[in-house]
Write a protein that binds this ligand. Structure first.
Ligand SMILES: *[C@@H]1O[C@H](CO)[C@@H](O)[C@H](O)[C@H]1NC(C)=O
Length: 288
């Protein structure tokens, strides 16, 4: 029996537009007005300008809440910087902040997303970060800065940034850990190298799993072999998404448990000859 409240509904509409990237003029599209009309004829659909003000109001409110959280956080804040150049060669810098609040909860928030004339110039980045620090009143609370772009530019930025900020900031550990490489990027690079070096094995495992999953008769046969061999695994064979190395890892992890079963299947099914262990030893195709 909720009562209708124009303001509350407008605020929900603003959040809908923000969260799903809807264009502001959605409020004037006939199908949209027909939809709201059918739900609640008393709802006055705003014009684009009013909607824009409403969206901005939500932003201001969130910004104030975040400002409050930053003012009361007991520790420091770590920033993650992203660089982006659009197809029209417009440059943007995004600045996200990570911090721990008084309840030991980790927060990750987007603080700024700003256009810069040339994001790959040395000064642009330092200035963007500096203005963000002023904006959010966190000049004395900076812990580290993580750059998530490629490493070659990284070195230029790190030296430049440290100089730029050390005069104004009370850096921890004399700035030693101030600018760090992105751990996820490094892990990603390592995983790609490893995957490239064992691509032969990964190929046979992927083909093996495809072969087994091609029919339920084969799946059943494989399950029987695993049972006979008393393989204790509870894992299920799964195919990977070749562009996501973490899924390749999960595929290998499951396949590893069943390695004997693949070999046995090869001896009793003439159509199957992709067993990873059955391959001849070969430097470019190391065995698992
Ligand atoms: C793999 O990583 C991607 C990107 O980080 C993530 O979205 C996805 O959920 C992960 N998949 C699995 C199976 O963990």
């Amino acid at each position: 029996n909720a009562t209708f409240d124009q303001d509350r509904s407008s605020s929900h509409l603003a959040k809908l537009i923000i969260l799903h990237d809807y264009p502001l003029h959605v409020v004037q599209q006939p199908a949209f007005t027909a939809f709201t009309e059918s739900l609640q004829p008393r709802f006055r659909v705003a014009d684009v300008e009013t909607m824009e003000a409403e969206v901005y109001g939500v932003y201001q409110k969130e910004k104030n809440n975040l400002m409050q959280a930053l003012n009361t956080m007991p520790g420091r804040i770590s920033l993650t910087i992203g660089l982006w150049t659009t197809s029209q060669t417009l440059g943007y810098v995004s600045i996200a902040g990570q911090f721990i609040d008084t309840d030991w909860k980790v927060h990750r928030r987007m603080l700024n997303f700003m256009m810069v004339s040339s994001p790959h110039s040395e000064n642009a980045l330092g200035e963007a970060i500096s203005s963000s620090l002023t904006d959010w009143n966190m000049k004395d609370k900076l812990f580290t800065v993580t750059l998530d772009n490629d490493c070659s530019s990284h070195d230029i930025y790190s030296a430049n940034l440290r100089d730029h900020l050390s005069n104004k900031n009370n850096l921890m550990l004399k700035g030693q850990l101030f600018v760090v490489r992105c751990y996820a990027n490094i892990l990603n690079a390592v995983a790609h190298d490893v995957i490239a070096s064992i691509h032969g094995v990964i190929y046979s495992i992927r083909e093996s799993i495809k072969f087994i999953k091609a029919s339920s008769a084969r799946e059943q046969k494989f399950a029987e072999i695993a049972l006979q061999l008393e393989i204790p695994s509870t894992k299920t064979l799964c195919l990977d998404v070749t562009t996501q190395w973490n899924t390749t890892y999960l595929m290998l992890l499951a396949a590893l448990d069943y390695r004997q079963a693949f070999t046995t299947l090869e001896t009793c099914d003439d159509n199957y000859n992709e067993s990873p262990s059955g391959r001849s030893p070969d430097a470019s195709h190391p065995r698992l």
